[in-house]
Design a protein around this ligand. Structure first.
Ligand code: TXA
Ligand code: MG
Length: 331
């Protein structure tokens, strides 16, 4: 069993000593290390079994740290920070030499965010360093939204700061600042492209410009997978056998002869509530010995639905694309 509790001072001391601390954020649990200590960051990759080409996000508690991490941060970076921090937005821009190459997987850019969670902010403040933290899961497996999920996957870390269930349950939106007028959304999240575009009408928010795969290492096709087959349906599947569980984002009329266990993520069909319960449902069905397969009914790809479907499609990818094994990567 890993050591866990609520002692942020102890946790911050561990971070400064180069150790690994899992902590809650408003999105998912992170696995933190001193972001300016290359050896500590190397242990994060090891604990997560994460390939070294996939860079980490630096977590800060004050915008003063931006100038340590980013080379001459552009005004738009401060404007984005002002608008959405603390909150689920990660900003990617040119880094300084202070950020070790292992953090950014050798890229010239670094990713930064200020999480909106009192425990995370306390930990970062008391650590007095930017905290490099990927999600606290084994590479490719489900993201952790509860302390228990971290305990199940990461057995070798030094401490788990407990903070209950995370609020949003979906990782941050990642944006990359290209130039004064163009920002690319690398990963959809709770701050939607519509919101960004509305708040910053003079900026062009683009998606999927493609190019060198290393400029967008987060855009892997397979990711966040449960360890049993997950299948996505456009509407209620016609057969609902007892060996399958059905995940629903809103209530449906279930036929009376259906035998599947039904997991309703929101009784009122509230997308935000459903999204925050999604990874938790996948975790518990993954551990449910009665269930062999998981079905989920898709939702519309609009607003927060874009981030939800992004995660679900990645979770289902390896079960629906048997002939594309060579393309499979995870995170
Ligand atoms: O909500 C979140 O962002 C959570 C919490 C813990 O903050 N963190 C998280 O980290 O989701 P992780 O490592 O699971 O995902 C971070 C993604 C990766 O896919 C990585 O490729 C991308 O961010 N990333 C990091 N640095 C990058 C960079 N310089 N350029 C492009 N993508 C980058
Ligand atoms: Mg992750």
């Amino acid at each position: 069993m890993i050591k866990s509790g609520k002692d942020t001072i102890f946790a911050a001391k561990l971070i400064r000593e180069g150790k690994l601390v899992a902590f809650p954020t408003e999105t998912v649990y992170g696995l933190g290390a001193n972001g300016l200590d290359a050896n500590a960051v190397a242990s994060v990759f090891e604990a997560k079994k994460r390939p070294s080409f996939d860079p980490l996000i630096l977590h800060i508690s004050s915008t003063d740290d931006l100038s340590v991490i980013f080379k001459k941060p552009a005004d738009i970076i401060y404007q984005l920070a002002d608008k959405y921090w603390p909150g689920p937005l990660t900003i990617v821009a040119k880094k300084t030499a202070k950020v070790p190459d292992i953090v950014t997987a050798g890229l010239e850019t670094a990713a930064v965010r200020m999480p909106n969670h009192p425990v995370a902010l306390k930990l970062i403040r008391q650590s007095k360093v930017p905290v490099a933290a990927p999600s606290a899961n084994i590479f490719g497996r489900l993201s952790p939204t509860k302390p228990q999920h971290v305990k199940e996957q990461l057995k070798t870390i030094d401490y788990l700061l407990e903070g209950g269930k995370t609020d949003l349950g979906i990782e941050s939106t990642i944006v990359s600042v290209k130039d004064a007028k163009t920002i690319e959304v690398l990963r959809p999240g709770a701050i939607t492209i519509d919101t960004l575009q509305k708040d910053f009408p003079h900026i062009d928010f683009i998606t999927g410009s493609g190019g060198d795969s290393l400029t967008a290492p987060g855009q892997l096709k397979s990711h966040y997978s449960p360890r049993k087959p997950l299948y996505l349906y456009d509407e209620l599947p016609s057969e609902l056998p007892s060996y399958a569980a059905l995940i629903l984002f809103k209530p449906y009329n279930i036929p009376s002869d259906a035998q599947s266990k039904v997991v309703l993520l929101s009784k009122t069909g509230d997308i935000k509530e459903a999204a925050s319960n999604m990874f938790g449902a996948l975790h518990s069905l993954e551990g449910d010995s009665e269930i062999e397969q998981i079905y989920a009914v898709k939702i519309k790809e609009e607003g927060l639905g874009i981030a939800v479907m992004d995660r679900l499609k990645k979770a289902a990818y390896r079960f629906t694309n048997f002939y594309n094994d060579h393309e499979i990567e995870a995170g």
